[in-house]
Every structure is written in structure tokens, then in C-alpha cells.
Design a protein around this ligand. Structure first.
Ligand code: COA
Length: 185
């Protein structure tokens, strides 16, 4: 089967002209002249632990997500550049957890593409609701998720105080509460 161009985005990554292709259910694009593919992690592949731990410092929690969910990776020139996990929670509902982009590529649009990939994938899998949660101190993440269509639905007060041994600080703010967001698919 040949490659079918589905979208063309100019200047998404600095000077790059990015043409996306859909091939066998994965998405392929170009970042700074290098080929990028977003696809499911194969059963025989190791999950990119270093990347996953950027999003959640607790390895037991990450491993539990991997056991219960489906891991997706963005691969550039053979290396994992981004990751996320889709975790079924209730009937018709799936949660986007553990999204991370490698530090050298952050701030260039890959995170947004991963969120949109998750939205499309969850829709295609027949889910009705996609949820996500982040810390009260994760200001950039809150911006990203709302730009991608999520609305705040609730606050799990003191979630990070109850579930994490170490205190977490970001943007000079203690991360205490989990902000819950969701969108209808
Ligand atoms: N400063 C300010 N805003 C930023 C930013 C930065 N350095 N990086 C991202 N953002 C915000 C902006 O609102 C941006 O929207 P815009 O493009 O319309 O300006 C939006 O996020 C999307 O940016 P993008 O470049 O797609 O994000 P990214 O590739 O850096 O990925 C994360 C976003 C959160 C996945 C990535 O920063 C990351 O891996 N962080 C560490 C792990 C983590 O915190 N995971 C989430 C746990 S809830």
C-alpha cells in the first residue's frame, strides 16, 4: 500500500515544511528534515522509561500505567522523542497519561501533536470521553491541554501530597492538587 498524504503544515518546526503521511495506522511527518513517526509501542520493544519518568517521577506508577494501558511513541531517526499512554478507566472513558517529549525537543510543537494523536486514536477506538490530569503548578501543561480542547472538570485536592513522598515544586509553586480535565470525543 502506498503512502497517502493527509495534511501539509508549513513552518511547524522552524524552517521545515512538514508533510504528514498515514501509513498502516501510524503517523509519519518530518521534523527539521528528519522523519518522525508516531505509533504504538511494539510488544517486543522496551518502553522509553527515561522519557516516561519526565512526566511522572514514580516508577511503580509508570509501570502500572504501562501494564494497564497502551503506550505510543514518537520516533525520530530510530530514537524515542516522545511518549504517551492511553489508559482505559471506565466504560467509554480513557485517560491520557504520562505524556512527555525529550527535553531537547520540547517547545517545538511535538507535545501538541502527541495530544492530537491521542484524541484521534481514542475517537477511532470508540471512546466517548478523554480525560487528563496535571498538577496545579504545571502551568505550561494546563495551557497545552486547554489549547487542545480539554476543559477543567475538577480538583483532586492534595493528590500529590498524599501519593508522592517528595515535595514537588514547579514555577515556584508547590504541586499539591491534581487538576482534572476532560473532553467529549
Ligand atoms: N514555555 C511556555 N509554554 C510552553 C512551553 C514553554 N517552554 N512549552 C510548551 N508550552 C505550552 C504552550 O502553551 C504551547 O502552545 P503554543 O505552541 O500554542 O504556544 C503548548 O504548550 C504546546 O507546546 P509543545 O511545543 O507542543 O509542547 P512540548 O513539545 O514541549 O510538550 C510536554 C509538552 C508537557 C509534553 C513537554 O514539555 C514535557 O515533556 N514536559 C515534561 C513532562 C511533563 O510535564 N508531562 C506532562 C505531565 S502532566
Amino acid at each position: 500500500m502506498g503512502r497517502v498524504p493527509v495534511i501539509c503544515v508549513e513552518n511547524l518546526y522552524e524552517q521545515a515544511i512538514c508533510t504528514e503521511y498515514r501509513l498502516h495506522g501510524s503517523q509519519i511527518g518530518i521534523i527539521k528534515g528528519e522523519v518522525m513517526e508516531i505509533r504504538k509501542l511494539n510488544p517486543d520493544e522496551q518502553p522509553p522509561m527515561e522519557l516516561l519518568l519526565l512526566a511522572d517521577p514514580s516508577e511503580p506508577i509508570v509501570r502500572e500505567y504501562l501494564r494497564r494501558g497502551q503506550c505510543y511513541i514518537a520516533v525520530i531517526e530510530g530514537d524515542a522523542a516522545g511518549v504517551y499512554v492511553l489508559l482505559p478507566t471506565r466504560p467509554g472513558t480513557v485517560e491520557l497519561v504520562n505524556i512527555a517529549v525529550c527535553e531537547t525537543l520540547q517547545g517545538q510543537g511535538l507535545g501538541k501533536r502527541l495530544v492530537h494523536h491521542a484524541i484521534t486514536g481514542a475517537q477511532q477506538a470508540g471512546y466517548k470521553t478523554l480525560e487528563i490530569g496535571t498538577g496545579n503548578s504545571s502551568l505550561d501543561q494546563l495551557a497545552l491541554y486547554q489549547k487542545c480542547g480539554f476543559r477543567i472538570t475538577g480538583i483532586d485536592k492534595d493528590f500529590f501530597v498524599r501519593h508522592y513522598e517528595e515535595e514537588i515544586y514547579e514555577n515556584g509553586i508547590q504541586c499539591r492538587d491534581m487538576i482534572r480535565l476532560s473532553q467529549d470525543l
